[in-house]
Ligand binder design. Structure first.
Ligand SMILES: [Zn+2]
Length: 311
């Protein structure tokens, strides 16, 4: 068995190793009772740290696919357990990930990147992107699916009314109306990213302003907020779209998370990451008992003007 890692893949290294071992178990290459490579063997084969190797094995154990025995090693679980896990649709690791050569490849790349950065959680968060060839259609993430290992072919095509365009496809994200309402109202935007970004969510939970602590933060400006509205409802989608207005690019949802829209997916992903990072800095300052200093007024005004032109 040989394990490899790809440093350019945004999925964390431990997850890449976990994915390969998992695939070998569910495909039967590794059989019940077989011993898995130990931490030192994984380190030697892939060059990762011992902690990373351990994380991969712990993740497999948490899925009950393997049994770890102190002092003896890690072994593939009994066949009945492996059979159950193989059927688990939340983990389609036994299926091949294929490139589609359309927008879906970029969507999956960005999902893995945001998942690796903890902005989207296992099932929380969703992304969409307009089709380059038809602005009335979009690719969107599926409903209730493990976000750490989505494949391009898992993406769904819907129209701006939320109707599925491929008959055999499963249901789109339960929050798809946020995406369709924004893209309907804003023909200038092409991508929407909804994340459960922890620091950004903490910012809205603590009613802390998004302070202009850096040129990036000033560039984005204060982020409009909507009160708690039932997730998945049209009411929430309409409130977010209204808060975004004609020029906005981000909205915070109380007790929920963040929505960012952009002219393209990369820009929306970068804005999501900047908001999360700045929210973390602002809140960490406050946790240390300090009010963070902000940029001078004149600089803030100039940066916000530029921000509006580039949203
Ligand atoms: Zn959500």
């Amino acid at each position: 068995m040989s394990l490899t890692i790809d440093p350019s893949d945004p999925l964390p290294l431990y997850h890449q190793i976990h994915e390969q071992l998992r695939r070998q178990i569910v495909s039967g290459v590794l059989k019940s009772g077989d011993s898995l490579p130990g931490e030192s063997q994984i380190c030697a084969e892939t060059g990762v740290s011992r902690m990373t190797a351990r994380q991969a094995l712990v993740l497999l154990a948490s899925e009950r696919l393997v049994v770890r025995q102190r002092g003896r090693g890690t072994f593939v679980a009994p066949p009945e357990v492996v059979r159950i896990r193989k059927k688990d649709s939340l983990h389609p690791h036994n299926l091949k990930r294929e490139k589609t050569s359309d927008e879906r490849d970029e969507l999956v790349f960005i999902i893995r990147e945001l998942y690796g950065k903890n902005l989207i959680t296992t099932t929380g968060g969703n992304l969409s992107l307009r089709l380059a060839g038809d602005s009335s259609q979009l690719w969107i993430t599926p409903s209730s699916t493990f976000k750490g290992n989505l494949r391009p072919q898992d993406m769904l095509r819907i129209d701006l009314e939320g109707r599925k365009l491929d008959r055999e496809a499963g249901p789109p994200s339960s929050e798809h109306q946020i995406h369709t309402e924004i893209l309907k109202a804003r023909p200038d935007l092409n991508a929407v990213i909804h994340t459960h970004a922890p620091w950004a969510t903490l910012l809205v939970l603590t009613e802390t302003p998004f302070l202009p602590i850096s040129s990036e933060a000033a560039f984005i400006g204060e982020i409009p907020r909507v009160p708690f509205i039932m997730p998945g409802s049209l009411e929430l989608a309409q409130a977010v779209t209204e808060a975004l207005g004609e020029t906005g690019s981000a909205v915070l949802m109380q007790n929920h998370g963040l929505v960012v829209a952009g002219t393209d997916l990369r820009r929306a992903a970068s804005t999501s990451e900047v908001i999360e990072r700045c929210a973390e800095l602002i809140l960490r300052c406050m946790l240390l008992g300090r009010q963070p200093p902000t940029l001078p007024e004149g600089a803030i005004r100039r940066l916000q003007k530029t921000g509006q032109m580039m949203a």
